[in-house]
Design a protein around this ligand. Structure first.
Ligand code: ADP
Ligand code: MG
Ligand code: MG
Length: 251
């Protein structure tokens, strides 16, 4: 069974049709890159999968581990094992990062029928993850993302992934606003999570990120659907030729 099975999905935002018959199959262990021009619907796709309010599914289906999650709340989807790394991470004033991580992790464990991780085990796990990502302790004491630089926000998100160990990672333009060192650290964090049980959907406008997170499959999303799929060489072709062919043929 595929981890994520999207069939003929249509969705709209504020009465505007954005996704128009998109199909995509992602199996455990696979890394898929989704590339496409600005405005193609890439962020809309990630928001529909994670259940962000305001996105209305008008046709087709989204199955995660064989289950229809399209009516589930975003928290339920997260607990089921979907994690979205936002293009623009949100700030959560008043909630310390450590508390946030602990609450999120225990909510997920509860959904899996597991007890809360005890304080010692949680801190050991946190320490190992922060060390690997070069995150200073001071950052953990601050409210989530408040005043974090672009690079810190991205590292904070990768830390969340490392702690929550989701089955499906969706990275929406993870490279936007990152310098090359921050990008490398974030990508290494993602690569450390690659496993036969887990899948990654890496959404990006540029090929550069895929030098770091090497995909098994590359798809072109244009005008609300996947218009071409291939191996990683397709990303290099797109880098060379741009998206003009797809935009004109899809319009
Ligand atoms: P991409 O991520 O590929 O650049 P998006 O999914 O962000 O594309 O946007 C696809 C289209 O949907 C764009 O034309 C965008 O203007 C529109 N859109 C996205 N979100 C909203 C929204 N909240 N309200 C109105 N239009 C939106
Ligand atoms: Mg965009
Ligand atoms: Mg986008």
């Amino acid at each position: 069974m595929a981890l994520l099975e999207i069939t003929d999905l249509s969705a709209r935002v504020e009465d505007k049709a954005i996704l128009k018959g998109l199909s995509l199959t992602v199996r455990a262990g696979e890394v898929h890159a989704i590339m496409g021009p600005n405005g193609a619907g890439k962020s809309t796709l990630s928001n529909v999968i994670t259940g962000r309010p305001g996105y209305e599914i008008t046709g087709g289906s989204v199955l995660f581990k064989g289950q229809d999650l399209t009516t589930a709340a975003p928290e339920e989807r997260a607990r089921a094992g979907i994690f979205l790394c936002f293009q623009y991470p949100v700030e959560i004033p008043g909630v310390g990062f450590t508390t946030f991580l602990r609450t999120a992790l225990n909510a997920k464990r509860k959904a899996q029928g597991l007890d809360d991780l005890d304080a010692g085990a949680f801190l050991a796990k946190l320490k190992a993850a922060t060390k690997a990502l070069g995150i200073p302790d001071a950052m953990l004491k601050r409210p989530v993302n408040v005043g974090f630089s672009g690079g810190e926000k991205k590292r904070a998100e990768v830390l969340q992934m490392a702690m929550l160990e989701p089955d499906l990672l969706i990275l929406d333009e993870m490279d936007s606003g990152l310098d090359i060192d921050a990008l490398r650290i974030a990508a290494e964090g993602v690569n450390a999570l690659r496993s036969p049980e887990r899948a990654v959907v890496c959404i990006t406008h540029y090929q550069r990120l895929l030098d770091y997170i090497e995909p098994d499959f590359v798809h072109v999303l244009a005008d609300g659907r996947i218009v071409r799929s291939g191996g990683k060489e397709l990303a290099l072709e797109l880098e060379e030729k741009g998206y003009a062919d797809f935009v004109s043929s899809a319009a």
